[in-house]
Write a protein that binds this ligand. Structure first.
Ligand code: PEP
Ligand code: MG
Length: 315
């Protein structure tokens, strides 16, 4: 019996009515790829490239980067792999990128803003990614961190195209890009909501500061309303909308996100099994009802409670 259980294939992510919800992995290094595959990741929804840069005084070469990206892509033949361009600044400072002293680094030159101020770093990274793609069979998507305007989305797509990368999208991590999601999705191929930063910026609460950690809760209806904006923009434009923040790893919140129009979920591989099991307990219509209940609550605790009650009413 033990052997049979081990051999049982892990099913693809889906709701109770069969609606597919691809479940992807968040990875911080190619070293974790094998584990993610074993746990049933259907691809990678967020590959954080900071690891390549954080340990060094200078930017890694195109060749070094290509090797790392190739190793990653080779682990997912035929699968979607979303690689995020370097997200430096704020909680991830880099000596060669964030040299200026900023009083409010979370509101400063970070993410795509820092890359556009250091274009050669972005160009090298996109070149390395294009070379890795040439050598492998994964379906490579690239995305920009901390996009706050339609113009930035447009500039990033142009850079990606110039490097021969065919699928380029943005992370929605600040309220402005959530509110402009429809215009952004007319340009970008996809959006991926980073709920960690989206919560930080919506609630104006530093994600690393213990004294305001009570506000860093993605269940907050203010955050959920922004997710709903992005989900609706995805439906209006026919473009995919994912979530790759920690919120996707909370099983009931994952159901709420799908009910708000999110079509894929990406999370730490260890969370895949529980999220997969919870999605199977609800139909699309039920997920929408659970999300609607959460949206009407006045605060995060209330949203959690309302979602629990709504979920229990049909199980
Ligand atoms: C996020 O902000 O939700 C996200 C996924 O990016 P990071 O946690 O790397 O800032
Ligand atoms: Mg982020």
């Amino acid at each position: 019996a033990r052997k049979a259980a081990q051999a049982a294939p892990i099913t693809e992510g889906a709701l109770a009515d069969g609606t597919p919800v691809p479940l992807l992995a968040n990875l911080g290094s190619p070293d974790n790829a094998a584990e993610a595959v074993q746990l049933g990741a259907e691809g990678v929804g967020l590959f954080r490239t900071e690891f390549l840069f954080l340990s060094s005084e200078t930017a890694p070469s195109v060749a070094e980067q290509r090797e790392s990206y190739t190793t990653l892509l080779q682990a997912f033949p035929g699968k979607k792999v979303v690689v995020r361009a370097l997200d430096a600044g704020a909680d991830k400072p880099l000596p060669f990128l964030n040299d200026a002293e900023e009083e409010n680094p979370a509101l400063g030159l970070r993410g795509l803003r820092a890359l556009l101020a250091n274009e050669e770093i972005l160009r090298d990274q996109l070149s390395a990614l294009a070379e890795a793609q040439e050598a492998t069979e994964a379906d490579l998507w690239v995305m920009a961190p901390m996009v706050s305007t339609v113009e930035e989305a447009e500039i990033f797509s142009r850079f990606a195209r110039q490097h021969g990368l065919k699928t380029a999208g943005v992370m929605v991590e600040v309220p402005s890009s959530a509110l402009l999601a429809e215009q952004i999705l007319q340009i970008s191929d996809f959006a991926s909501i980073g709920t960690n930063d989206l919560t930080q910026y919506t609630m104006a609460a530093d994600r690393l500061l213990g004294s305001v950690s009570g506000l860093q809760d993605p269940w907050h209806p203010a955050v959920l309303r922004l997710v709903r904006e992005v989900g609706a923009a995805g439906a209006a434009t026919g473009k995919p909308v994912g979530v790759c923040g920690e919120a996707a790893a909370d099983p009931l919140l994952a159901v709420v996100l799908v009910g708000l129009g999110v079509s894929t979920l990406s999370m730490a591989p260890a969370a895949l099994a529980d999220v997969r099991a919870e999605l199977l307990r609800h139909t699309k219509e039920q997920a929408e009802a659970i999300a609607a209940a959460a949206l009407t609550a006045p605060d995060a605790a209330g949203a959690r409670e309302a979602a629990r009650t709504a979920a229990a009413s049909h199980s």
